[in-house]
Design a protein around this ligand. Structure first.
Ligand SMILES: *Cc1c(COP(=O)(O)O)cnc(C)c1O
Length: 432
């Protein structure tokens, strides 16, 4: 959702001061907005046993993770670096879900070591985990995204044929049986079917599928499923005219379904887990970038000091991010491409966008960068990932990550000497 009126009213008056103090470009996150959204999530599910595990990959900055942790959220991590980010925000053990795929053994060990609830993505990973000996008492099992009705609602997770995630539904019982035989006692189910979903319907179907599977598991193995995780995927309106996802209605629908199941199945309803990323922080972040060049080609190109290395979504998915020009409301508009400095022609934050006429020095605000923004950044072409700032609830602003430097990029070129001698020399040494 492009910047809320409250966020804009608190940021715009200080925008010039902030850019003079910290320089551009930067991602800036709105603490108050994030807090309101956390409260809205907790409110929507107040009538059921529920916990949100914020998807660390959406915004892996411990300062922001700390905000959501204050609201009772745990974390969904999928790599050792994300486990470290969660730990830096104070999370331990049951505060963390580890939902990874094609999981390397050392990462499995790292997740088990911190006591995270590990989500098994495939029997191959389960075998590996069981092979380590002393499996955890609790495990979750992720289903293939097509498990609900044979389809995958958005392309981001692939389609029925190409999706690489999860265990097909017809293989769940044998997988769980194997885990139980090795001493696992507590089983959760996980199914994420899409991303940027704007309606509750796909989630309701996901829940129905998991609840049916819970009955099947109880009948076939005797285990009572303790949690159902619907994954992430709640969408946000990137365009001003779009209707936001109805979180309250979603909560009511899901709660009613869980209650009905509890009655029908004669069994305590499982705890509800969600792993939302985008919906929690997405609307509460902006990328602020300065116009550095106006250029005439076949089109007018507005050159800014940030590009796809700071925000990949437009180049990667053709995604729309709303753009505004600070103080530009009353200016005449023009049709422009907004471009970064990478040697890639898709390095554009907007293509053929009607924007107020800008000059060098103007500030362009890119909206909805609070999730999958900085975290998807990269360093191709030697581009440096930008700093991150936090607008605190009291109106102060602090730097929560500095900008990358050339020295950071060159740090991996400095290491202790390590040489494997040529084979000829090695055999000379060993057999003189
Ligand atoms: C990316 C991801 C999420 C978060 O998705 P959003 O669309 O940001 O809510 C949650 N769980 C898993 C396993 C993911 O891969």
């Amino acid at each position: 959702m492009p910047m809320s009126p409250s966020f804009a009213a608190r940021f715009e008056p200080i925008a010039r001061d902030v850019t003079e103090h910290f320089g551009t470009p930067f991602h800036l996150y709105d603490e108050r907005g994030i807090e309101e959204t956390c409260a809205a999530f907790n409110d929507a599910f107040v009538d059921t046993d529920y916990r949100e595990f914020f998807a660390v990959k959406a915004l892996p900055n411990p300062a922001v993770l700390g905000i959501v942790a204050r609201h009772g959220f745990g974390f969904d991590a999928s790599s050792p670096a994300e486990l470290a980010a969660a730990a830096a925000a104070g999370a331990t053990g049951a505060d963390i879900c580890f939902t990874s795929n094609n999981t390397p053994e050392d990462e499995l060990v790292a997740a088990l070591d911190v006591g995270a609830l590990v989500t098994i993505d495939d029997e191959a990973v389960l075998d590996r985990l069981l092979g380590l000996g002393a499996p955890p008492k609790r495990l979750a099992f992720r289903l293939h995204p097509s498990a609900a009705d044979g389809t995958v609602p958005t392309g981001m997770l692939g389609d029925t044929e190409s999706a690489k995630f999860g265990i097909p539904a017809d293989r769940l019982v044998p997988a769980v049986t194997a885990a139980l035989a090795h001493g696992v006692e507590d089983v959760g189910l996980h199914l994420m079917r899409g991303s940027q979903l704007m309606h509750a319907e796909p989630f309701s179907r996901t829940l129905d599928t998991l609840l049916d599977l819970a009955v099947r598991l109880r009948d076939r193995t005797g285990v009572a499923v303790s949690s159902v995780n619907l994954g992430g995927g709640i969408g946000i309106p990137y365009r001003p005219a779009e209707t936001p996802f109805d979180l309250k209605g979603f909560g009511a629908t899901i709660t009613a379904r869980l209650r009905r199941w509890e009655r029908d199945a004669g069994q305590r309803r499982p705890r509800l887990h969600l792993e939302s990323g985008r919906a929690v922080t997405g609307p509460h972040g902006i990328l602020v970038t300065k116009v550095i060049n106006r250029m005439r080609k076949a089109r007018t190109m507005i050159g800014v000091d940030a590009g796809m290395s700071a925000l990949m979504r437009p180049a990667l998915y053709g995604a729309y991010h709303h753009l505004t020009v600070l103080g530009g409301q009353s200016r005449a508009t023009e049709l422009v491409d907004v471009v970064g400095s990478l040697c890639e022609n898709n390095d554009k934050l907007a293509v053929q966008r009607e924007l107020p006429r800008t000059d060098v020095g103007d500030l362009v605000i890119v909206h909805d960068t609070g999730a999958h923004g900085w975290s998807m950044g990269f360093t191709y072409n030697g581009r440096l990932r930008p700093q991150e700032l936090l607008l605190h609830a009291d109106g102060s602003v602090s730097r929560i990550r500095r900008a990358e430097t050339v020295a950071d990029q060159q740090a991996t070129l400095r290491f202790p000497a390590s040489v494997l001698p040529s084979r000829r020399n090695r055999s000379t040494v060993r057999h003189p």
